[in-house]
Design a protein around this ligand. Structure first.
Ligand SMILES: [Fe+2]
Ligand SMILES: [Fe+2]
Length: 249
């Protein structure tokens, strides 16, 4: 099951890189005739995300070569990107910052200290982490720049967008968790009781919610940024909306 989860981990990252890259290319327009260092930073950011998509696709395919048929990637990168990019830049940058911060949390806390992981898998996430740690800084700079341009009403609407985006992420996780458990049960040469399947489903969803939601929204830097950019009632709205997802972990 951990190997199925490892495959989904690589696949879901590759999925996120699609909308992150498109948003960075869009934002780079604001710097075309301005700060050339900022423009260069976003161009390199974009270049790295295209590389990461290839990296994750390659590792996911390699894992797939060693696994029985039937594994499902349940969401399409372009469909997800179209849905995400329909929301305000403020919300997309908040979601991106959260993703790029939790990438670092995962590497430091779970991947680096685990000697039982495949060396290649570890290496992929080491090099990804190095670049993501720079992306997280750029996310923050762009997020603050966009935030400065918003009226109070626009910021308030952006908070709703962010809540909707996290809800959409949860929708993807629910479907992928179910598919991963079904796949696992189909390839393991023993039958699971309904009670065992129920536990497998609940634990897998909890693990995915921890990875893609809780570990990011609880990252100290992310909480600090929300505190700086939002008023108390806006922060409370986010905390309230995410409470069931975080508590389920
Ligand atoms: Fe990346
Ligand atoms: Fe990144």
């Amino acid at each position: 099951m951990s190997q199925v989860q490892g495959r989904s981990y690589a696949y879901i990252f590759g999925l996120c890189e699609r909308f992150i890259n498109a948003k960075m290319l869009e934002l780079s327009r604001d710097h075309w005739f301005g700060d050339q260092a900022a423009l260069e930073a976003l161009v390199r950011f974009s270049d790295e995300e295209i590389k990461h998509q290839a990296l994750f696709h390659r590792i996911e395919t390699m894992i797939g070569d060693a696994m029985p048929a039937g594994y499902q990637c349940t969401a399409d990168a372009n469909d997800v990107a179209h849905a995400v990019l329909g929301k305000s830049s403020w919300a997309v940058l908040a979601l991106t910052c959260h993703i790029e911060l939790f990438t670092q949390e995962h590497y430091r806390k779970s991947i680096a200290p685990d000697d039982s992981l495949s060396d290649l898998y570890k290496d992929v996430f080491l090099f990804h982490w190095r670049e993501e740690s720079q992306h997280a800084i750029l996310d923050e700079l762009e997020w603050r720049r966009i935030d400065d341009q918003l009226s109070e009403a626009e910021r308030d609407a952006a908070v709703e967008d962010l809540i909707a985006l996290v809800g959409a992420v949860d929708g993807i996780l629910q479907v992928q968790a179910r598919a991963d458990v079904d796949y696992f049960c189909s390839i393991v040469p023993r039958r699971f009781t309904p009670a065992e399947r129920f536990v497998l489903g609940a634990e897998t969803l909890a693990a995915y919610r921890w990875q893609y939601i809780a570990s990011g929204v609880q990252a100290p830097r992310f909480l600090q940024l929300l505190q700086e950019l939002l008023d108390t009632s806006q922060q409370e709205r986010i905390a309230e909306a995410l409470a069931p997802l975080v508590a389920a972990v």
